[in-house]
Design a protein around this ligand. Sequence first.
Ligand SMILES: [Zn+2]
Ligand SMILES: [Zn+2]
Length: 236
Amino acid sequence: MKILTDLHTHTSDGTTHAYSTLLENIAYAKTIGLEAIAMTNHGPNVHDSPSPWHFNAMHIIPPYIDGIHIIKGIEANVFGRHGKLDVPPVRYGVNSIELVIAAVHDGAWEPKNNKDFLEVYKNLANNLQVHIIGHIDRTPYFSSENLDVLLPIFNENNKVLEINGFSFNVCAQDNCRTLIQKAKEYNSKVSVNSDAHFALGIGDFDNIINYMEEINFNFENVINRDYKTLKEYFNF
Ligand SMILES: [Zn+2]
Ligand SMILES: [Zn+2]
């Protein structure tokens, strides 16, 4: 199995902890045969993120550069259990943001107990702005039991679960495996993304794909497996 798009990548715009430009990301994506990447920098309301204008101006970037489709997105931060996001308001009547990944980050807000965890993700499930629930496996109070509650709700609300490369390979290995197992059990739609902060990390899905193959995950549920499927799913 090959996955031909990567919907979670960062660029070095602003004072970010990412080290490649969009053009460098595109060039690398091309060398490894991807069809599309999404640029999803951190929402503006945390330290080390681009300004709101970065997100407002993304419409100036062409949708297709050197053989790669470019999706303009944001990795929005969650503030509080009501699920408030730092997606900048539309400016000049042009909405630049095509894809919203909602993610809990410790620099913004984190749940203080299990009740917060369930409440915030139920609220995100009901938020029409949100396309993808980002790296839930890194949020405090993540558990298999909580996924039993939430995954049916995500399914009802057409939310896609992210299977995140940085979680799988580095910082939440056991949780990410649990997430993949539960996504299989609940037949959830997923998006397999790198979360690359450097061009050479884009499309680095090998370990995740190996694990998914090992447990016979249904790849029909990977909505970003190719650009055609992705475009149809999100109606870009
Ligand atoms: Zn993140
Ligand atoms: Zn990220």
